[in-house]
Ligand binder design. Structure first.
Ligand SMILES: Cc1cc2nc3c(=O)[nH]c(=O)nc-3n(C[C@H](O)[C@H](O)[C@H](O)COP(=O)(O)OP(=O)(O)OC[C@H]3O[C@@H](n4cnc5c(N)ncnc54)[C@H](O)[C@@H]3O)c2cc1C
Length: 480
């Protein structure tokens, strides 16, 4: 099957998945008020791949059918550039606000399959072979995949490593004729209501005796026993004037409970193999997936700068303070772009001819963006000030008694009319201040684990020969 359309995505969501939101279990996510807007927003991402086919699609290496370029295992700089164009088109569509459009998992699984030797070592050849087959299914059916990696937090005083007596952490509890049975919970599954399947693969390392927790598999969202507890909907109204982002980009985040879930054997990629679990995420995964996630982040940063600059223009704010904040925002965006360009210009070979961008500039970026994004939100609020709340609704704009007054009293500087001004500040509020905007800030701080951990790992992974040599020169030189 070639790349799907949005209509095909939506029709595929009608199943028995157990999605809970607010006071109810949802029967049809595509039409439920909490999810309808984002379901359509995501459907538009599927349609986009056909509208921008030259950037977004490429032929499946075996069937020749057009599939999304995020499924590609790049083998040349031209492939990396093609994948960049496709990822950028998707990021631009949601201005980076949807972090977990399906290209994120597509890139991840394309990388797993391309570097399957990393999964096969330590005697896991059978699991690795099943993963390769699964990736073919993923790309040929254009499956929308979500994932959940992190153990729930219950008592931090007990330390980070899972203990065998822990009854919360997802673990294997049995075998059946057809596969394994798993029980426990994981956080979070962004995109859960809109996904076709759920992926579990390694997060943080396990202790040597952690075999029951060493699991990787993919299962359909409607698998019996799988329960998704969604956070409150931040969808706002369906009105794009009032809620330009939250009306269509609330991708949701769900707590996942595995209430004795049977996973078919052909969907199990790691079953109790702690060594494989602890190593498969430590090599090619980072330089591969960071291309997707940093292209998205750069797009979001550039959008935020453009929006903040327009806000300042709309109210004639050329103050030094605002210019400085805008300059800092532009610098984040440009530095992100430069890091991505540097990484793509210097790719590394990962086996079988697979090329991924250089991981180093992407590490620096990954460690920085969780701290840049909250500052960007702060700048938007400082530049926007009370104007972020002087924003009549679409309904008020249509009222014949109010409209002349709004046009008169809410006009901007230098001919910036009231309607454009209201739309702009509503957009900014939805980006940085609304429930979705606040959630977006939390997402940027934590979605690739916390910024604190990323900064520590950036330092730990960094090559240091040149830096050491410069310091050693002074420590080792003869004292005259
Ligand atoms: C909006 C959102 C969407 C998400 N979507 C997904 C998803 O789709 N799939 C998925 O698997 N997960 C998802 N996550 C979960 C995410 O993976 C975790 O939140 C993330 O890994 C961080 O883990 P944690 O919450 O345990 O935080 P931690 O990393 O434990 O951080 C918690 C706090 O402790 C501090 N801290 C932690 N370690 C250190 C340290 N060593 N030194 C100093 N300070 C430290 C941090 O700075 C932070 O303030 C999502 C999270 C959010 C917020």
């Amino acid at each position: 099957m070639p790349a799907r359309t949005g209509a095909q995505l939506l029709s595929g969501l009608k199943d028995d998945r157990e999605i809970w939101v607010g006071e109810e279990r949802v029967r049809d996510v595509a039409t439920h008020p909490a999810f309808e807007g984002a379901a359509k927003g995501l459907a538009a991402v599927f349609d986009l791949q056909h509208e921008a086919a030259a950037d977004c699609l490429f032929p499946d290496p075996e069937t020749g059918e057009p599939i999304n370029v995020s499924h590609m295992a790049p083998r040349s700089r031209a492939d990396i550039a093609h994948r960049h164009r496709g990822l950028r088109r998707i990021a631009e569509h949601t201005v980076g606000v949807m972090g977990r459009t399906p290209d994120y998992m597509n890139v991840t699984y394309a990388g797993f399959a391309a570097c399957i030797h990393e999964w096969a070592e330590h005697g896991n050849e059978a699991g690795a072979a099943r993963l390769v087959e699964y990736q073919k299914f993923l790309r040929r059916r254009d499956i929308c995949l979500t994932h959940t990696l992190i153990h729930p937090t219950n008592d931090k005083s007990k330390g980070e490593l899972p203990r065998l007596d822990d009854d919360v952490i997802l673990r294997k509890v049995g075998e059946t004729a057809h596969g394994i049975v798993v029980r426990g919970a994981r956080i979070l599954a962004t995109l859960a209501p809109f996904a076709d399947e759920l992926a579990v693969y390694p997060g943080r390392p396990l202790p040597e005796d952690g075999a029951p927790f060493a699991l990787s598999f993919c299962i359909p969202m409607a698998t019996p026993g799988l329960r998704f507890i969604c956070r409150d909907s931040f969808a706002g109204s369906r009105n794009r004037f009032d809620h330009p982002l939250s009306s269509r980009f609330d991708e949701q985040d769900a707590f996942v409970i595995f209430d004795d879930v049977e996973v078919p054997r052909d969907r199990v990629f790691i079953d109790g193999d702690v060594k494989t679990y602890n190593t498969v995420m430590t090599r090619s995964w980072h330089p591969n997936v960071m291309q997707q996630t940093m292209v998205r982040a750069q797009t979001k940063l550039e959008f935020a700068w453009g929006m903040a600059a327009a806000m300042a223009d709309s109210i004639g704010d050329a103050s030094p303070a605002t210019q400085q904040m805008l300059g800092e925002m532009w610098s984040y965006s440009r530095l992100a772009e430069a890091a991505i360009q540097a990484a793509e210009a210097n790719p590394g070979e990962w086996g079988n001819g697979t090329l991924f961008p250089d991981g180093e500039p992407l590490w620096a970026l990954r460690a920085s963006v969780p701290f840049w994004m909250p500052k960007v939100n702060e700048f938007i609020k400082l530049i926007g000030s009370h104007n972020l709340l002087a924003t009549p609704t679409w309904h008020m704009m249509q009222d014949q008694r109010l409209r002349p007054l709004i046009d008169r009293y809410l006009r901007g500087a230098k001919g910036f009319d009231a309607e454009r001004r209201v739309r702009l500040f509503r957009l900014a509020w939805d980006y940085a201040g609304s429930a979705l905007g606040t959630r977006g800030e939390l997402y940027e701080r934590f979605y690739l684990t916390s910024g604190a951990r990323n900064q520590q790992r950036a330092h730990q992974n960094a090559p240091r020969d040149r830096a050491r040599a410069m310091v050693d020169r002074f420590l080792n030189e003869p004292v005259d």
